[in-house]
Ligand binder design. Structure first.
Ligand SMILES: [Zn+2]
Length: 144
């Protein structure tokens, strides 16, 4: 069954505010090398890497971009797993909750959908390089 994308919610893991408005997931971002900051609107479809931003917000290929919740301003980096991944929460139409991780390195296409420490979905041409590391990290956290 194809999930109806309009019924999928994305939440900040810190304040649980809804980050999705209409067909965009909204973040405040700050780039490391380019020192640019602003708002970025990501596509809510996993594996779709198109985004909307003001034309002045340009990233240098390979630079790290910090993602912040636009409501509580928490840094969304998944420090427990990998500083180069951002973590948010997804709630689907059956009210199932998942952890979504995506790369915060400009140009790197990596997305993971995780439930109960299992990879449910994996998207992006760069995601394979993360799988082993990611799974061992998740198991490590489980043991703690
Ligand atoms: Zn928040």
């Amino acid at each position: 069954m194809k999930t109806e994308p309009m019924k999928i919610h994305y939440l900040c893991p810190h304040c649980r505010s809804y980050l999705r408005v209409w067909n965009n997931i909204i973040f405040t971002v700050k780039s490391e090398k380019g020192k640019r900051q602003g708002l970025i609107l990501l596509n809510p479809e996993l594996g779709n890497y198109t985004y909307i931003s003001h034309p002045s917000l340009k990233f240098i290929e390979g630079e790290k971009v910090e993602f912040y919740c636009p409501v509580c301003f928490s840094n969304l980096a998944a420090k427990q797993i990998n500083e180069n991944l951002v973590k948010i929460i997804m709630i689907d139409e059956q009210s199932h909750e998942y952890d979504i991780y995506f790369s915060n390195i400009a140009g790197q296409r990596t997305t993971f959908k995780i439930a109960n420490d299992n990879i449910i979905e994996r998207h992006g041409k760069h995601s394979s390089s993360y799988v082993n590391y990611f799974m061992s990290k998740l198991r490590e956290n489980l043991r703690e």
